[in-house]
Design a binder for this molecule. Structure first.
Ligand code: NAD
Ligand code: 6OD
Length: 478
């Protein structure tokens, strides 16, 4: 696979090579070039220059056409994107074909469509005799792009999450310097090829590869020429980026970690709750920030739920690996810690044996745990693997308290047939997204983000366009 930087409209492969590994086999997938500080600086300079060129004068209709051309370009190379995303992450190709690539296309189309329908507001204010014109004043707001924005993406949904930020950043008229995770440089390079073919002026979209701390990520987030940082990744990385951004008061939008709760009430459709929780805990081997790692089940159905979820976990097949050997070690260390903390392992807890090349890959078993107190590290810390802990509760009040007893607040799921209960409980849960009797579906115009250690700001629809632009109030004496 080709891994290249894209700076000022040119592909380059300068920089120390770093290894890329196929997580399904543990074998080398090649090397990618790490951008030097000088190269990151060139990318930021190219982006700044692009804002002073024709891109800075484009109207919303032209930008909408550009976004559709990028979406068309991904669509035309659908199979290549699916293959590259599966190779980058080790996930089953079908997942890339049904989730990642279609969603990347939708991300660009959704922002193209939103752009042209965006209202601006105007107000007239009567004369006050305090220095305004005789006829009062007319106020209207125009939106101005932030300028040069850094987009930093993680490895778990590389294409989906990068396009989710690049699309609104371009829609709002910014110039972008993007950095994918060092674990997954493949689809980002393909995206740069599509942007190149879409005919954007040089410097409007730039891509640099490399590591975070001490590498391209840090060079970018500490760069004084960056006017905004949109980051998805771990909460601890968010803290480091915020420190770097503080020096230049650079605005940030953060989508961070989670330790998401599911609340299963005794009145729920139990089959749906079990199937839904298996999906929310084990999809993409638990490597989606929205995955459930804490399940609270009302006592009358607790035993039945645990047994059924354990059976589902044991029967799962065709799942993908952890992204890396290091991440697998981390997940397995939590499997061991859970036992040391006194957990009962209902299902899984180890490394699967396939009897083929996957045995050299980074797989772990889908795992269901019970029996831990709320204070256990396994219940409090984000593991980011295919694992959940199930605990009982008695009352609605207790369920809400347990869900909220976490440093994180990204997403939650409520399973109940009682609509009044659903509407009572959902707004009391401290999370940015609460699903009721479903998981991980939503309209792309709705707000997306987390509270507490799970993020700062909201993405989605107008929310992303708001982050990537600033309103200017123009006040005209009339
Ligand atoms: P990570 O924070 O280690 O890395 C994410 C990106 O940040 C990578 O591109 C990395 O190179 C870069 N980076 C790392 N340190 C940096 C630094 N000091 N300065 C600048 N850039 C730096 O996260 P990850 O391991 O790639 O992804 C997993 C984490 O992401 C999990 O915690 C998961 O919950 C979170 N996540 C959150 C969301 C969300 O929407 N809230 C979505 C996906 C993943
Ligand atoms: O669906 C999305 O828009 C989104 N940002 C999902 C994030 C998933 C985290 O892994």
């Amino acid at each position: 696979m080709r891994y290249a930087h894209y700076v000022s409209g040119a592909f380059r492969s300068d920089g120390d090579p770093f290894p890329v590994t196929d997580p399904t086999s543990g074998r080398s997938a090649g090397t990618a070039p790490a951008a030097s500080e000088a190269l990151v600086d060139s990318a930021v300079t190219a982006a700044r220059e692009a804002l002073h060129g024709p891109w800075g004068a484009t109207g919303t209709e032209e930008r909408a056409r550009v976004l559709h051309r990028i979406a068309d370009g991904i669509e035309a190379r659908f199979a290549e994107f699916a293959e590259a995303e599966a190779a980058d992450t080790g996930r089953p190709r079908e997942f890339a074909e049904t989730v990642d690539v279609p969603r990347a296309i939708r991300n660009f189309r959704a922002y193209a469509d939103l752009l042209t329908g965006r209202p601006e507001r105007a107000y007239t204010t009567p004369a006050t005799g305090g220095g305004s014109g005789d006829g009062g004043v007319l106020n209207y707001a125009v939106r101005r792009p932030l300028g040069v924005v850094a987009v930093i993406a993680p490895w778990n949904l590389p294409l989906l999450l990068m396009s989710w930020k690049v699309a609104p950043a371009l829609a709002a008229g910014n110039a972008v310097v993007a950095k994918p995770s060092e674990e997954t440089p493949g689809t980002a390079t393909l995206l740069a090829e599509v942007v190149d073919a879409a005919g954007l002026p040089p410097g409007v979209f730039n891509l640099v590869h490399g590591h975070g701390q001490g590498g391209a990520g840090e060079f970018l987030t500490s760069h004084p020429g960056v006017d905004g940082i949109a980051f998805t990744g771990a909460s601890a990385t968010g803290t480091a980026i915020m420190r770097a951004a503080a020096d230049h008061l650079t605005p940030v939008s953060f989508e961070l970690g989670g330790k998401n709760a599911a609340l299963v009430f005794a009145d729920a459709d139990l089959d749906a709750a079990v199937a839904g929780t298996a999906r929310s805990s084990f999809t993409h081997s638990g490597q989606i920030c929205l995955c459930t790692e804490r399940v609270y089940v009302q006592r009358p159905v607790f035993e039945e739920f645990v047994a059924a979820l354990g059976r589902k976990a044991a029967a799962l097949g065709g799942y993908g690996p952890m992204i890396s050997a290091a991440h697998r070690s981390k997940v397995l260390s939590y499997y061991r810690l859970a036992v040391e903390e006194g957990a009962t392992v209902v299902s899984g807890g180890g490394v699967p044996r396939f009897g083929d090349g996957r045995d050299e890959g980074f797989y772990v078993e889908p795992t269901v745990l019970t029996g831990l107190p709320q204070t256990a590290r396994t219940v409090r810390e984000e593991i980011f693997g295919p694992v959940c802990h199930v605990a009982p509760f008695d009352t609605e009040e207790e369920a809400v308290r347990l869900a909220n007893d976490s440093p994180y607040g990204l997403a939650a799921t409520v399973w109940t047939k009682d609509l009044s209960r659903a509407h009572r409980v959902a707004p009391r849960v401290e999370a940015g997204v609460v699903w009721v009797n479903c998981w991980n579906v939503r309209d792309l115009r709705t707000p997306f983000g987390g509270v507490k250690a799970s993020g700062i700001g909201r993405e989605g629809g107008e929310h992303s366009l708001d982050f990537f632009s600033e309103p200017v109030n123009v006040c005209v004496g009339i």
